[in-house]
Design a binder for this molecule. Structure first.
Ligand code: NAP
Length: 268
């Protein structure tokens, strides 16, 4: 993305004017709107029509849900009774990933920053044990929360927490490498985890994935997660803020972790 270009982002928009025979004013569409109040769509590739403009279609029923579904389903593949660890679990992807792990019958251990988010994970998402990565004793919390080790990891954060999690992993474990947000703003890249060799001795499979490679499965995922949502087996966690002027501070604030679930800016 070049300086001065519109910042890329997914969004939901309502058609105001159309020269396309299949779209009329009032239709709701989803695609890469960018950070702007109006968008001229010249190529429909990457856009889809929605039955409604509910914000969950950007979160658990959108790219966020697809990310959690691919990482948890294809790579972590938890079996009932296994221990699954999810980092940044009160965030958009993490809150979906923990719910999918629970639906698979796994014991879920999850990390978030601060008592408020940790309480939410336990009380509202049914996480079995939480780790507050901002607490001084987070390493002890992780050890106590994983008496039987960890069988699968949904990794969103990286850094010291990921290193400690690797130490707790069981032989034959799986890691879905979704993101390493703790290093995104670092000018100098952090050295790799010092215990990376454990992947060899413990026969751990780590696999990176990028959600855009899976968009051909998005409709199936949306239908499946939509059914769970309707039946009350899944919840859409989100924080909605209002107004175009909030876009930049909201993005910057997303790194300090004030929000829970999918962070959506509504332009009203
Ligand atoms: N592979 C893919 O295709 C794909 C697609 C979408 C997203 N992702 C990745 O998935 C991860 C989560 O994305 P999201 O959309 O769920 O983000 P999000 O809702 O904005 O949540 C991000 C959370 O990460 C935590 N965090 C931020 N900086 C941290 C640090 N230095 N150390 C530890 N935790 C930190 C914060 O939670 P706390 O306050 O709890 O610490 C923050 O709220 C990111 O790494 C993102 O890049 C990957």
């Amino acid at each position: 993305m070049g300086v001065g270009e519109v910042v890329r982002s997914l969004g939901i928009a309502v058609v105001e004017e159309s020269r396309h025979p299949e779209f009329v004013p009032g239709d709701v569409v989803r695609g890469f709107t960018g950070w702007q109040e109006e968008v001229l769509i010249e190529d429909l590739k990457g856009w889809d029509r929605l039955p409604d403009a509910t914000t969950a279609r950007l979160g658990i029923l959108g790219m966020t849900g697809l990310t959690a579904w691919v990482g948890m389903g294809d790579i972590c593949s938890p079996r009932a009774g296994e221990t699954v660890f999810v980092s940044a679990a009160a965030g958009a992807v993490g809150s979906a990933a923990v719910q999918l792990a629970r639906l698979a019958g796994a014991r879920v251990v999850a990390s978030a920053g601060g008592p408020r988010k940790c309480a939410l994970l336990a009380d509202e998402l049914g996480v079995d044990a939480v780790v507050d990565h901002r607490a001084d004793d987070w390493a002890d919390q992780l050890r106590d929360a994983t008496p039987d080790g960890i069988d699968a990891v949904f990794e969103n954060v990286g850094g010291p927490l990921m290193e400690a999690v690797l130490d707790r992993m069981n032989n034959g474990g799986r890691i879905a490498l979704c993101g390493l947000i703790s290093g995104y703003n670092d000018v100098v890249r952090p050295p790799g985890p010092r215990n990376f060799g454990l992947l060899v001795t413990k026969r751990i499979r780590a696999e990176g994935f990028v959600v855009v490679d899976h968009t051909h499965r998005a409709a199936r995922c949306e239908a499946e997660l939509g059914e769970h949502l309707e039946a009350g087996r899944l919840r859409a966690f989100e924080t909605v803020v209002e107004g175009f002027d909030t876009v930049v501070p909201t993005f910057v604030g997303s790194f300090d972790g004030g929000h829970v679930g999918k962070l959506v800016v509504s332009l009203g």
